[in-house]
Each structure stands twice: as structure tokens, then as C-alpha cells.
Design a protein around this ligand. Structure first.
Ligand code: WTA
Length: 626
């Protein structure tokens, strides 16, 4: 983007937001083009968020059918499995056919508009087809990352009332298999209501099928029609639910709707990546996360840019995997996470330099703050000092990127997401809710006004949506992030200021981990805080108090880890479990997390005033046992 075209976009938004937003909607194919753009109020009394409310469209048409007349046999996606070089290309025509087959199978099983479908799959092409199949018939998909446990899956099935689960026999990651179908069976023991399990084939393993409930897709595929008329959807009809951790309680079902989400993803994909006809786009995110939804799948498909679906990990079979794959496939844009960059940086420059990487033209990062050291390595070594980096800040809740430097138009700064995109109005607020004006200041990051990709509600709990995001700072959306605006007016995200821990770019709620830990019969109390970690960004540090007379031990730590694995998944296992004789509490019994954070961070000279604690002695014990 040129500085002039960026300035023109900002000016167009300032002059006439309605026209500006309708213009962005022109990127899509609509059955009925909207006359309205955004309509929202963040006031409690009249809370609503609507975008393009009178528009009618189907997202699968925008991803598939629109490309068929001219480009049916072009590559839509490249499947890159765990084992390098064993993948295959899928054309728009093939992906369209697979989508229709799955859509027809879902319809046979009684799935229609508004019904929820759980997707628990590896990164196989059929996973894209399954999501698109839901979009085609107006069903609401809810993808659950394969690393979540059966119990987590069950909780999500129950929360959204899904009657159908689409899964695979097994997943394969880093040479290890994941028993996806067996996990679904276990989840169905816990959650009631699943009537159909559609099982796709990944490994071909022998797995049990339950008569009446389970079907093997391969047994039906050939008889299913490759034609399925797209359901005309209202722009505000829900497209998907994606569960994400918050500061309290169970994960929230973040609801995104069809029109606004699609417009924002298409718009940001255009602005941020400026696709070209010869691009091959590789976003390494799994479809179980928002980045996978917006930029592995929907963004590139809408733009007509082939996308890599990577079903492996960056360190398998060895730490040159990304670079080897980039050369073999001819990847032009790589979009990955700081945690992967740091892990690969640790292996030195050798594995990178072994490969040419000369197809690359742009690098991107997302998911957590990138430390300047990792940014420089990404820039200097991976990008040979010649490639721009887009450091894109956004959230599950925002649908797509909100802040990033735009190559050509914005000056890059290692570690800074720099500036908001046109139409986005960030502001910093102090704890009293006053806006902090000027530059060279820090505060809590809020957004003024809405944008098309904003989440619409928490599934089944609209009040929780309002309470979580719009009450702390009335009239504003509160992101949960802390942020600095530097002397040049550039933004630096400093991380979560709520009780969410960002482990390797994955959001983990402290409350969820704590409740998993206290599920163990010997645990009296648990408090979980983040601790800085060289590779993961943040790691989980758990303080655990046992029942009177019980002793902490390594075998007990293993049992507690197992508890976390069971209730949430291996991704939430604490880095460190510290057994504590007691937890620092106020006289009214509230745990002082601020103090625990400082202890976990090793900032022992910054514990602050501990004299108001009910028992100041516990802090000394915690510091001693650190
Ligand atoms: C963090 C991922 C700094 C932030 C798209 C946010 C970032 C949370 C960046 C959302 C970035 C994401 N720089 N921090 N470029 N991108 N974050 O919902 O704390 O999985 O609130 O969405 O990740 O994580 P989520």
C-alpha cells in the first residue's frame, strides 16, 4: 500500500463512514446487496450490533462458486501433512464438490439453517469442506482444536446444543497420533444430544463405529451429489461459534455472523497481504483457532489465493520444516506465531540458511506480542533483511486484524503493531475509565465504535457479552489488553491485563486451570498466574494448597497435570506447580494475584505492600519455596 492510498482510505472513512463501509462490502458477491452498513449501540439499555443487516449472501459461494467460471481447475488449497512431501493440491472445483457432498450428507442427517455442527478434525482438506458445507446450508460451525480433551469437547457440545459432530479416525502431529474419534466417543458419554458422528479418514486406523449414530464418510461419499444449492443467508445470521477462554468461568462461545465477518476478513486480507495472482499463502494456524478460520481458510479462499493447510508442526521432522516446505511449494507469504519463531530461532540460522526462501515476499506474525529480538531474527535471517513484516494485532472477538503496519505505507518497528487499520479507533484508558490523551503513554486498550468483524454475542448468554466487554468502560469495547502508545503515536501491545494467560499464542483462562486443579481430592485451593517464558511467551505457574496434613510431591504433581489434561487438554498443563502452605489473601478473603504474579515473575523486590494481608507470613513462605 502506498502512503497516499492509506491516507485516502482514512479520509474516506472520516468523510462518510456509511459509504466507506458499503464500499468494503463490494468485495463480496451478494444475493442482495445491503443498503445499510453499521448500526450499533454499546449502551446497556439499547445494546445491539448489526452490520449490513438487510444484505443476503452465502459465504461458500464467495469462497468457491465465484471462482468456478474462470478458475475451476486452479488450486484452492494445498494440503501439507505431517510427513513432508505427501500432500496434494485441491482445486476450486474439487473443493466445491467435496463441500456439496458433505452439505448433502449433513442435510440427510437433518441439519439445516441455524443448527450447530461441531467440527473436531485435523488440518485435512475435508476440514475446509466441512466448514464450507455448514456455511452452504446455513448451519453454524463450531470448530474445536484437536488438542482439547474429550471433556472440553463435551462442554462445548452441550453449550451450543450440537447434534452432529464431524471428526476423523485419528489426527497425526509431529509423528504422534491423536485418537480423535475415540475422544468424540468419550465426549458423547459426557454430553447428551449427539445424534450423528460423521467420521472422515485420515490414517485409516481401525476404530469402533456405533450403529445408528456413526457414519464413515468414505462409505457414503460416492453416492452423494456434488450439487447443493447455497442457502441464502441474512448478513446477521450466525456463521460460527468459536470458544475462547476469558477471565472467568467456562470458555465463551464467541458468535460471528455471516456478512460483517466476511466483509472484514476479505477487506483485511486485501489490505494487509495485498494478494497477487501468483501468490501461495501459508498461515500456519490450525482451524481450531480464529486465525485458522479467518486467514488459513476464509480470507485466502474469498480472495482466490491458494492456501496451505498444514497438518504438522514447525519442528517436525526437524527444525527446517517451514523453510524446506516454503521452497518445495513456492510459498510467497508466511503468516505464523512468535512462539514458532522463537522455537526456530533457538536452533540457530543453519536450518534456515540451508533453504533458499526466495519465493517469499511477505512475512506476518500474530497471536502474542513479538519480542524485538525474535522480530529481528525473523526479519534478518528468515527474511534476509529484505522482507517486510506485518505484526498483526487482533482477537477472536474482532474477527480479523485491527492493527498492523502496512508494507509500503507504515514504518515498521520491531515489536510494535504500529497503527490501526482504516475504520478502527483504538484508545487508551486509565483505571478510572478516563481516556489517556497524547503520546508516550500507557493504559488499557479499548475501541470506540464497531467494525464489521466484531463478535455479536456470547452464544446463549448475551448478558455475559455485555458484562465482559462493555461494562468496565461504559460505551467502549474493552479488549483485555494493556498497551503503550509511543512518542510517534505507534501502539505496542503489552499483553493481557485480565486473568487470561497467553501460552504459545493460546488463550488459557486462569479460572479454568484452577478449577481443574481443585478437582483433585487432595487440593484445597489453587491460584494460577502467568510467568514469563523464553519460548512460550508466557507459561502457567500454579500455586496449590493441599488439604491439611497432605504433602506435595512429584507424583502428586503428575496427578495434577493429568487432571488439567483431562478437564482442558495438554496445552493447559502448568509449567510449574508450587505447593504452598497458604495463599496471600486480603482480610476479606480475596486472593492477591498481584503478589503471586510478582513471585512467579521473580520480581521479589516489587511485591508491594503486604501488610494488609490476612497473614503476611504466607508470602515469605512462597518466596522461600520459589
Ligand atoms: C494477543 C488471536 C501482541 C493479545 C488472533 C490478544 C497479540 C490475544 C497480537 C488474542 C500481536 C494477538 N501483538 N499481542 N500481534 N496478536 N495478540 O483471541 O493479547 O487467540 O488479546 O486471537 O492475543 O488472542 P486470540
Amino acid at each position: 500500500m502506498t502512503p497516499e492510498s492509506l491516507a485516502a482510505l482514512h479520509a474516506a472513512h472520516a468523510a462518510d463512514p456509511h459509504a466507506f463501509w458499503l464500499n468494503q462490502a463490494r468485495r463480496l458477491v451478494w444475493e442482495r446487496f445491503p443498503a445499510t452498513s453499521g448500526d450499533w449501540s454499546f449502551d446497556r439499555s439499547d445494546f445491539h450490533i448489526r452490520w449490513y443487516g438487510d444484505g443476503v449472501l452465502n459465504l461458500s459461494v464467495n469462497c468457491l462458486d465465484r471462482h468456478l467460471p474462470a478458475r475451476a481447475d486452479d488450486v484452492a488449497l494445498l494440503f501439507e501433512p505431517d510427513e513432508p512431501g505427501t500432500g496434494r493440491a485441491v482445486t476450486y472445483a474439487e473443493l466445491h464438490a467435496e463441500t456439496c457432498r458433505l452439505a448433502n450428507l449433513l442435510k440427510e442427517r437433518g441439519v439445516g439453517r441455524g443448527d450447530r455442527v461441531m467440527i473436531y478434525l485435523p488440518m485435512i482438506p475435508e476440514a475446509a469442506a466441512a466448514m464450507l458445507a455448514c456455511a452452504r446450508i446455513g448451519a453454524v460451525h463450531s470448530v474445536v482444536f484437536g488438542g482439547f480433551s474429550p471433556e472440553s469437547l463435551a462442554g462445548r457440545i452441550e453449550d451450543c446444543g450440537a447434534r452432529v459432530v464431524v471428526t476423523a479416525d485419528e489426527g497425526v502431529r509431529g509423528g504422534k497420533t491423536i485418537p480423535l474419534k475415540a475422544n468424540v466417543d468419550e465426549a458423547c458419554e459426557i454430553a447428551a444430544g449427539v445424534e450423528t458422528v460423521i467420521m472422515l479418514t485420515r490414517t485409516g486406523a481401525e476404530v469402533a463405529l456405533r450403529e445408528g449414530r456413526d457414519l464413515r464418510y468414505d462409505d457414503h461419499r460416492d453416492r452423494l451429489s456434488i450439487d447443493c444449492p447455497p442457502e441464502p443467508m441474512g448478513a446477521e445470521d450466525p456463521l460460527f461459534i468459536l470458544y475462547t477462554s476469558g477471565s472467568t468461568g467456562k470458555p465463551k462461545g464467541v458468535v460471528h455472523t455471516t456478512g460483517g465477518y466476511a466483509v472484514w476478513v476479505a477487506t483485511t486480507f486485501d489490505w494487509v497481504f495485498e494478494p497477487r495472482p501468483d501468490d501461495l499463502f501459508w498461515c500456519t494456524a490450525d482451524i481450531g483457532w480464529i486465525t485458522g478460520h479467518s486467514y488459513t481458510l476464509y480470507g485466502p479462499l474469498m480472495a482466490g489465493v491458494p492456501t496451505v493447510m498444514f497438518d504438522g508442526i514447525p519442528t517436525y521432522p526437524d527444525s527446517s520444516r517451514l523453510w524446506e516446505t516454503i521452497d518445495r511449494l513456492g510459498v510467497t507469504i508466511l503468516y505464523t506465531a512468535p512462539t514458532a519463531i522463537r522455537a526456530l530461532m533457538r536452533e540457530g540460522d543453519g536450518p534456515v540458511r540451508k533453504h533458499r526462501r526466495d519465493s517469499l515476499r511477505l512475512l506476518g506474525t500474530v497471536g502474542e506480542p513479538i519480542n524485538p529480538e525474535a522480530w529481528r531474527w525473523y526479519h534478518d535471517v528468515v527474511g534476509d533483511g529484505r522482507l517486510p513484516i506485518v505484526d498483526t494485532w487482533w482477537q477472536t472477538e474482532t474477527g480479523g486484524v485491527l492493527m498492523t503496519p502496512l508494507p509500503g505505507a507504515t514504518r515498521m518497528k520491531p515489536g510494535s503493531a504500529t497503527r490501526p487499520l482504516p475504520g478502527i479507533e483504538p484508545l487508551l484508558v486509565d483505571p478510572q475509565g478516563q481516556e489517556i490523551m497524547g503520546d508516550d503513554v500507557s493504559g488499557n486498550l479499548c475501541l470506540r465504535g464497531s467494525w464489521p468483524g466484531q463478535m455479536r454475542t456470547v452464544w446463549g448468554d448475551p448478558q455475559r457479552f455485555i458484562d465482559t466487554y462493555f461494562v468496565t468502560y461504559p460505551g467502549l469495547y474493552f479488549t483485555g489488553d494493556g498497551c503503550r502508545r509511543d512518542a510517534d503515536g505507534d501502539y505496542w501491545i503489552t499483553g493481557r491485563v485480565d486473568d487470561v494467560i497467553n501460552v504459545s499464542g493460546h488463550r488459557i483462562g486462569t479460572a479454568e486451570v484452577e478449577s481443574a486443579l481443585v478437582a483433585h481430592p487432595l487440593v484445597a485451593e489453587a491460584a494460577v498466574v502467568p510467568a514469563p517464558h523464553d519460548l512460550k511467551g508466557q507459561a502457567i505457574h500454579a500455586f496449590v494448597t493441599l488439604n491439611a496434613g497432605e504433602q506435595g510431591s512429584d507424583p502428586l504433581r503428575a496427578e495434577l497435570n493429568a487432571e488439567v489434561r483431562k478437564h482442558i487438554g495438554a496445552l493447559a498443563i502448568p509449567e510449574r506447580i508450587q505447593f504452598a502452605p497458604g495463599l496471600p489473601k486480603t482480610r476479606s478473603g480475596k486472593i492477591m494475584r498481584r503478589i503471586l504474579r510478582k513471585i512467579a515473575e521473580g520480581q521479589l523486590d516489587q511485591l508491594g505492600d503486604t501488610s494488609t494481608l490476612a497473614d503476611p507470613g504466607v508470602v515469605e513462605a512462597l518466596v522461600r519455596d520459589r
